[in-house]
Design a protein around this ligand. Sequence first.
Ligand SMILES: Nc1nc2c(ncn2[C@@H]2O[C@H](COP(=O)(O)OP(=O)(O)OP(=O)(O)O)[C@@H](O)[C@H]2O)c(=O)[nH]1
Ligand SMILES: [Mg+2]
Length: 304
Amino acid sequence: MNSGTVALVGRPNAGKSTLINRILGRKIAIVSDKPQTTRISILGIKTTDRGQIVFIDNPGIHKPLHGLNRRMMNFVFTSLETADLVCLLVDAPQPFGHGDAFVLETLKNVSKPLFLLLNKVDLIRKDKLLPLIDRYKDLLAFEEIIPVSALKGINLDRFEDCLYRALPEADRLYAADEITDQSQRFFLAEIIREKLLARVEQELPFVTAVLLEQIEERRAETPEGQAPRPPVIYLQASILVEKDSQRKIVIGRQAQLLKAIGSEARREIEDILKTRIYLDLQVKVRPRWRDSADVLDLIEGQKR
Ligand SMILES: Nc1nc2c(ncn2[C@@H]2O[C@H](COP(=O)(O)OP(=O)(O)OP(=O)(O)O)[C@@H](O)[C@H]2O)c(=O)[nH]1
Ligand SMILES: [Mg+2]
C-alpha cells in the first residue's frame, strides 16, 4: 500500500481546486473564474485499494501585498515543506509570463519529486502543447509532465497512477471514509463566497470575505392536528468589504445582487444539508480587514 501527501501548487486560477474536486468525485473546494479564490489550504483525501493520496489544495502562488496574502503564501510554503510530492499545475493555454517565472522561482529549491500538469488541454491546440512541454522540461527537473483537463477529467488516471508509484510504501494517514479536514461551517461560508465571486468584478473578489456567524436549528410550531413540520436551519452570515462604496455594490440596486447571491447559496446549502434553510446575509464594512490579524484569525478559525 502506498500513501502520502501531494501539494497542489501553481498560479491563481490554474485549476487546482477543480482538479481536487474532480479526482475526489465530489465538491470540497470552491471554484471561480477570478484569481485567488482559495485562501486557506484544505485537504482532499482519496482512499483506494492501492493506498491513500492526501491532496493539499493551496492558494495560488502570487506576490503578497496584504496580511491576507502573506498568510495565503505561508500555506503554500508549509505544504511545500510537509508534502511527500509536489505537483505544479499550469494554465496551459495562457502565455508564459512573469507570474509563471515567479512560480518557478518559488519552486526552485524544492528537493522532492515534482510533477507538472499542463492543465486545460481541452482549450489548447495540440501543436501548442509540444513546445510548452519542451520549455518546461528545461526549467525544472520534473518526474513527469502530463497534459490534463481537470474540468473534463482527461488523463487524470495516468496522473493518479504516477502518484501511487512515487508515494512511499505506507499505511493510510486518515480513516478510509475521511474526505477533507475542513469543518462544515467553513465549507458553508465558502459556498456563499463562491456565489459572491461569481457575481462580482474588478477589486471586489479580493476585498470580500464571508463569516458564518450563526447556525441554529429552529423547529416551527406544529399547528393542532397537523403533522410536525421539518426543522429549518437558520444561518446568519456576514460578507465583509473594506469600504462603503463596495458595500453598496455587493448589495446592488434594490438589493438585487445580494438577493441573487443569497438564493443561489441557499439552494446549494439546502442540497448539502438536505433540509430547508433560512439564510440571512449582511454586508459589513471592515476597513482594511485584509491587514487585520483579528479578522484574519476569525476567518481562518472557521476551518476548525
Ligand atoms: N476549460 C477548462 N477550464 C478549467 C479547467 N480547470 C479549471 N478550469 C477553470 O479555471 C478557473 C479556475 O479554476 P480553479 O479550480 O478555481 O483554479 P485554482 O487554481 O484553484 O485557483 P485559485 O484558488 O485562485 O488559486 C475556473 O473557471 C475553472 O472552471 C480545465 O481543465 N479546462
Ligand atoms: Mg483554488
